[in-house]
Design a binder for this molecule. Structure first.
Ligand code: 13P
Length: 285
């Protein structure tokens, strides 16, 4: 089926009360692992690539994936740019077939975030691409984006209402206590804030930094209105651990399929576990 925008995938999830996994990939093994898990469980998923991922894989490789590989997959998929930092990167992603983009101007003052996001929305909507933006500052490090704990700012529900009205974004990433990367202490989510945002804001809400969270917390967040759940670190950890185990067990092995294959399987298992926990199994249409 053709690639869909995240808006189409997330609005259905919002209506029916389940969460959709948005999984990052940087290479063939992760991409295959995510697609295979989605197909096996008949689940809609969002495949996402950061700016660092674009640099690593190259735009023409991603164009081939967007135009040739993904439309052959028979579950609902979107190809999403994660944490786009500039208008130029966003336009180049849209040109090669991304169906969804995030503009992350969350470090800028409110009015500036609105202005930049609004500009992206105008261009993206003209070609049917959906837009995610972020309000508040999510702590931790995701590729080139880094926010210290002391700089983190939770999303203000009333500002969120104004932000969505002014920008007309399709989904909103909220800062409610999650962090990108590996958690140092026990994560504590502000569920009351999330409920308050949900009551006031109509668009699907996005949870960044969902790796390492107890699955009950994620399920609770979904029940309170989160529709898109971003997972990167948990996949990296699974891949790395399995790869290391196999390389140590099979010293001298030089066929990459013999060590990358099991690492890919480990990623597939984690993706399947998340899909089941988010309630998106058998939700493909
Ligand atoms: P984690 O790396 O913590 O899973 O976060 C992923 C993310 O939010 C991507 O935007």
């Amino acid at each position: 089926m053709p690639l869909l925008s995240s808006k189409v995938i997330l609005e259905k999830a919002q209506k029916e009360g389940y969460g959709v996994g948005a999984f990052n990939f940087n290479n063939l093994e992760f991409l295959q692992a995510i697609i295979e898990a989605a197909k096996e469980l008949k689940a809609p998923v969002i495949l996402q690539v950061s700016e660092g991922g674009i640099k690593y894989m190259g735009l023409s490789f991603l164009e081939g994936i967007a135009r040739e590989v993904l439309p052959e997959v028979d579950v609902p998929l979107a190809l999403h740019l994660d944490h786009g930092s500039s208008f130029d990167v966003i336009v180049s992603a849209i040109r090669v077939g991304f169906t969804s983009v995030m503009i992350d101007a969350s470090k800028k003052p409110f009015d500036e975030n609105v202005r930049i996001t609004r500009e992206v929305v105008k261009v993206a909507h003209a070609v049917g691409v959906s837009v995610e933006a972020e309000l508040g500052k999510i702590m931790g490090t995701e590729e080139h984006i880094s926010v210290a704990e002391s700089e983190a700012v939770f999303t203000d529900p009333d500002e969120a209402v104004r932000f969505v009205e002014l920008t007309e974004v399709d989904s909103l990433a909220v800062a409610i206590g999650t962090a990108h990367g590996i958690y140092k202490g026990e994560p504590k989510l502000d569920f009351d804030r999330l409920s308050d945002i949900r009551k006031k804001v109509e668009v699907p809400l996005v949870l960044h930094g969902a790796s390492g969270l107890p699955l009950e917390d994620v399920r609770k967040a979904i029940s309170l209105g989160i529709c898109k759940i971003n997972i990167d670190t948990d996949l990296r950890v699974a891949f790395r651990e399995k790869l290391e185990e196999v390389l140590i067990a099979k010293r001298g092995e030089i066929d990459p399929r013999k060590f990358l294959g099991p690492a890919k399987e480990a990623v597939r298992s984690v993706v399947m576990e998340k899909i089941k926990a988010f309630g998106s199994e058998r939700r493909a249409w």
